[in-house]
Design a protein around this ligand. Structure first.
Ligand code: BTN
Length: 237
């Protein structure tokens, strides 16, 4: 693995995109701060504090579907191993903890360009506070646990799980990942809504192909990640 570590950059994701031809497989681009960090659906990923962890990995010729869920399991295992806390996987690409209500600690953005996968990961590691608009939705692992974790330590633990999980997927497929996700699925058996209210129902489980299964009027509907935006609980916490 080759690591390129910037102090400040627009987005580690965009750096890989614009240098994709000259970058080797398994290059990891990391930045202490990002000026244009982004999440799914063009959302901004708040990246102006050095206490956050922002990195992207280039994986060429990796044929894993659903990749964001498998990476989510590696991230989930990293957080569980380092902090020993109860964390939750929010389908299809986030990690949450529960502090009165669910709060996001990490997000994953997977983008594909031909046979190249760009896996972007943002983790709220050691931040002490957040901008007002996200302060009740986000939390850092340090705020949640009281433990400081170095970026290097988090990264090496994550990479151990990530490469193990890729090998495991290649020999065993998705089923064991699916079980981990279903055992730790945020909003499981709760009434959820998505796509500005156009989708609603009880969230049941993640399917064999990584789709989400929602029960609506005693019927089960299976939807893939591209079909669902902004899933949230209908009930208050
Ligand atoms: C999401 O929650 O929607 C995904 C957030 C992904 C953020 C990471 S930070 C490193 C990489 N660079 C970016 O611009 N985005 C990803």
């Amino acid at each position: 693995m080759k690591l390129i570590w910037f102090n400040s950059i627009d987005s580690t994701q965009d750096y890989i995109k614009s240098h994709i031809k000259e970058l080797m497989d398994d290059t990891c681009v990391l930045a202490n701060v990002q000026t244009k960090g982004r999440g799914r659906y063009g959302h901004i990923w708040f990246s102006s504090l050095e206490e956050g962890l922002y990195f992207s990995i280039l994986k060429k010729n990796l044929h894993i579907e659903p990749l964001s869920l498998v990476v989510g399991v590696s991230l989930f295992k990293t957080i569980k191993t380092l902090y020993g806390i109860r964390a939750f996987i929010k389908w299809p690409n986030d990690i949450y903890v529960l502090l009165e209500k669910p709060r996001k600690v990490a997000g994953i953005l997977v983008e594909k360009i031909k046979e190249n996968n760009i896996i972007g990961i943002g983790v709220n590691l050691n931040q002490e506070d957040f901008p007002q608009d996200i302060s009740d939705k986000a939390i850092s692992l340090k705020l949640f646990t009281g433990i400081y974790i170095s970026k290097q330590h988090f990264l090496t633990t994550f990479f151990d799980f990530f490469y193990q999980d890729i090998d495991y997927f290649n020999s065993h497929g998705f089923e064991d990942f699916r079980n981990i996700i279903n055992d730790n699925l945020l909003y499981k058996n709760k009434l959820i809504t998505a796509n500005d209210g156009k989708v609603s129902g009880i969230l049941k489980e993640v399917d064999k192909d990584g789709s989400i299964v929602i029960e609506k009027d005693s019927r089960l509907i299976s939807l893939n990640a591209g079909e669902i935006e902004s899933m949230m609980p209908k009930e208050t916490w």
